[in-house]
Design a protein around this ligand. Structure first.
Ligand SMILES: Cc1cc2nc3c(=O)[nH]c(=O)nc-3n(C[C@H](O)[C@H](O)[C@H](O)COP(=O)(O)O)c2cc1C
Length: 233
């Protein structure tokens, strides 16, 4: 890992930021992208191959992604969360319907999920519509969380202003006690959501800046068929 330059040795912030290293040599380099004809039929297959490669190479939290949504006024927002599953339907994540992201999805059921694995010089961009999973998918996801994580999820008014930390402590303590008394409890506002992709792009860095990109697009017929194309970098 190259040492970041000391900000005090630069005339201004811009000069320092410009000197920060980016897209350096990836060691060992990942294999190049196959030709379009040799790409797997569905983007999920290539995604899972890249995810496995990133995990095996020691990328930290390779299942963390930026989820971008759009609020009712058309303003975009994004936050990091964890990918929970990849199926033939799409890319799954979970959260609370009362949160800003939950409200965005209720009014505008579209999203993008963006993965960046800097240690592998790879980015994946998933775009699509968002479908709510069946309640049993959300219930399983909720029950797999630790007691504290379940308590925080059910007691928290996520992203609201917290004026009294004592109130938060009390709410989480009370929720923990009731979850310990009823381990099957599932918060009614917990959801599993699926980004049903209509576009998935795979981007691979090249230290010489001849980056490689391929994009899968759902065919307009709406059939579960994909067209694959190489993009200009
Ligand atoms: C590594 C990481 C993983 C996270 N995982 C989740 C998650 O799975 N679900 C979730 O709702 N928030 C998760 N968060 C918190 C979100 O980034 C965000 O703060 C929260 O969901 C509120 O977002 P909102 O106000 O846009 O709804 C995670 C944050 C980080 C940094």
């Amino acid at each position: 890992m190259p040492i970041a330059p000391d900000p005090s040795s630069f005339p201004d912030t811009r000069a320092w930021i410009r000197a920060l290293p980016a897209l350096g040599v990836v060691d060992p380099p990942p294999p190049g992208l196959p030709t379009v004809e040799a790409l797997p039929e569905a983007p999920q297959t290539l995604f899972l191959a890249w995810l496995a490669e990133a995990a095996a190479a020691g990328v930290s939290e390779p299942h963390a992604a930026a989820l971008s949504t759009v609020d009712p006024g058309g303003r975009p927002d994004a936050r990091i969360l964890l990918l929970k599953d990849v199926t033939k339907e799409g890319f799954w994540f979970s959260g609370d319907t009362r949160s800003p992201k939950g409200c965005h999805l209720a009014s505008n059921a579209v999203a993008a999920m963006t993965f960046y694995w800097r240690e592998r010089g790879r980015q994946i961009r998933v775009r699509g519509t968002v479908a709510e999973g069946d309640p049993d998918v959300a219930a399983r996801d909720f029950r797999e969380r630790s007691v504290t994580a379940r308590a925080v999820a059910s007691a928290s008014r996520q992203s609201e202003v917290l004026t009294d930390p004592v109130e938060y402590e009390r709410a989480v303590t009370a929720a923990s006690a009731s979850i310990e008394a009823d381990p099957d409890f599932v918060s009614g506002t917990w959801r599993a959501w699926c980004v049903v992709p209509d576009s998935v792009e795979f981007w691979q860095a090249d230290p010489g800046r001849r980056h490689q990109r391929v994009r899968y697009r759902r065919e307009p017929s709406g059939e579960k068929r994909w067209t694959r194309a190489v993009l200009w970098p």
